[in-house]
Design a protein around this ligand. Sequence first.
Ligand code: ADP
Length: 770
Amino acid sequence: MDISLTHRLSFKQASLTVLVAFILGTLLSIIQVAIDYASEDASINREIRALLEISHNPAARIAYNIDAELAQELVLGLLRSPAVTRAELIDSNGQMLASVSRPRSESRYRIFSDSLFGAQRVFQDPLYVAHAPDEALGVLSLEVDTFAFGNHFLGRSVLTLATGFARSLLLSLILLVLFYFMLTRPLVDVIRALSQRNPQDAQHKPVPCPKGHERDEIGILVQVTNRQLSAIAQEIAQRRSAEDRLTQYLSELESIVSARTAELKATNARLSESNKELEIARTKALNMAQARSAFLANMSHEIRTPLNGLLGMLALALDGPLSAEQRQQLGIAHDSGKVLVELLNDILDLSKFEAGQLELESIPFDLGALVEETASLLSQNAAAAVELTCLIAPTLPAQVIGDPTRVRQIVSNLLSNALKFTRFGRVDLLVEHDATGIQVRVRDTGIGIAEDAQARIFHPFAQAEVGITREFGGTGLGLALTRRLCEAMHGTLTLQSKEGFGSEFCAQLPLPSQGRSAAVQLGGDIVAMTPSSSGLHQLLERWLPVWGLSYRRLDTDASLFGVQADLLISDCPECLFGLRPAVNTPILLVTAYGNFLPQEQAQRLAPLQQIARPLARHGLLQALRHGLRHDASDQPAPQSTSNLEKRRTRVLLVEDNPVNQMVAKGMLVKLGCEVLVAGHGGEALEQLEQEAIDLVLMDCNMPVMDGYEATRRIRLNGRWPELPIIALTANALSDERERCRAAGMNDYLAKPFRREELATLLENWLPVDT
Ligand code: ADP
């Protein structure tokens, strides 16, 4: 351990002590010298005065006697004093009696003495005798050289300072040595012992304490250090053992990991093997699913055709004269057939979803009218005590863009459920729209759905309860399909329901809208006799003000006497019978499906119009216009099929299948049409050349010339540009409608169809003959 002298603690301590001692010693020496100086200065004057005092009397007598010889001796005696450089005796007349002098001694230190005491001093002693002190006898004058005194003083001062310095030096040396032995050496020993230790050494050897220092600060430093070192050594030992354990554990772990890795590799290999197998199986399954859906689509075509015939024939037979028993049997057969068709459609749609084949159209359509039509078609399913109402928001745009067939399917599924599960009360179909799209709500007061069943019923083949099929029928496919349809349109289907109180399904569909409904302006006062809780009241309250009509509601038991109204609307026939002839306001009676008043009762209430629920806006408007013209008539409402029945419309039915021919022909005849039949496209063209035809119902797949080709030729011919051609097809594939349109057909009717569907279609395409 090599520490330079100037860095040693002992040196630093000694030099500091010496510095302080030196400064203090010097200060004391200077004070001593200053005191010495003052006393030396005073002693010069004292000595010379003493000399003068001794010489005073002899000098006075000499001056009195004016003895020059004695005077000379006296001054020579005075000159013997080492400090005196000149001595003179002057008589009272100012005559010099004796004068002696000698040169002053020279030295290089003289300058210091002169600066301290002055170069020389002159002393004069006036001479007199004791008995005549006032008589001046002369003057004894001495010139003194101060160097004689100053030289001594300088010597003493130098000695004083030198001894002080030497003392300090000696003291510092002694202290240096002492400090070295007391402090530096033991500390150096401790440092050496510490630096020789290996910090990694787990075996703690204590640092030895320098001899004689066991109880002082160095001893305590060594003790504390030893304690710390032993703690560190202990910790190192603990860490070592932990490290050893860790290493051992790691090596165990490594071996476990490598074993597991090997296992995993093997499993991975097995997995990738089974993945490959799975992929093959998946592809196979996908191919099979596609094949299945294609098979289903084709099969549906094959099944629909005979089903169409079956249902059509049953419907025709049901219209004929039958015994009650036969009617019941055929009715059951017809209903079962209808269920079969619905089931077939649902399964087909589901399989399309699964095969990813469902394609959605994007065309503008009148959503309000579509909803009203669907409700009207399903209204016959409503129980007698159920009021079905279509509440369309007046702000609903004229058209929305989407797939009308699929939207109809959603509405129809939700509505048929609501009607099926509601025995009394109300079923409302609400259509609203906002910035996010349209909402179709179907709200009923039926049996409701238990909370735990609410999620389940959206799965295929799931129903709310086990007894549902037995009591209400159904397959559990409708909601699964409806939800998928909503999701395919990027919408949602939500449900709120309370068991025993009813349900509300809401289909939220983000369909873009287009155009505004044409404004209608009528004038008049309308009074309705209906309960405030009725759907009819809600509908009238919503729409009549929009059409510029004033609207008031009366309770069903209110009296009409004195009430001014241009038209009275009611859904309560019994409340009206007492009115005539006292009140002659025209009446619009709203009845449930198939519940028109018999002829003679209607006569009693004339002028009376009857209109079936649910009220569509168009039908209501027509009835209002009619009623407000005040022409007495008991014409049934425009929604009734009687318009068609009156009309002798000539329809050309182009269909190769004789059963389908019979079914369609039967329905058309029932609807009051005159029917011409062609077996294929070629025949149809011939018939068109010869006969005046109002509308063509065209099957698509026929031998000789199919429907597409025939339509193209009809359009190319140019003679019948306005002639409506309606495709009849059992092919359910999605691009069918587009194909028909491309060939020049105006509309599309999927087989098997119901008489109501056919009637609605004819209503749409043939001008109303009023
Ligand atoms: P399905 O009606 O053919 O059984 P759905 O999928 O349409 O099949 O309906 C599934 C089940 O949901 C029904 O069986 C019925 O239990 C319940 N459900 C659907 N709609 C309603 C409703 N409006 N009121 C009460 N229960 C309903």
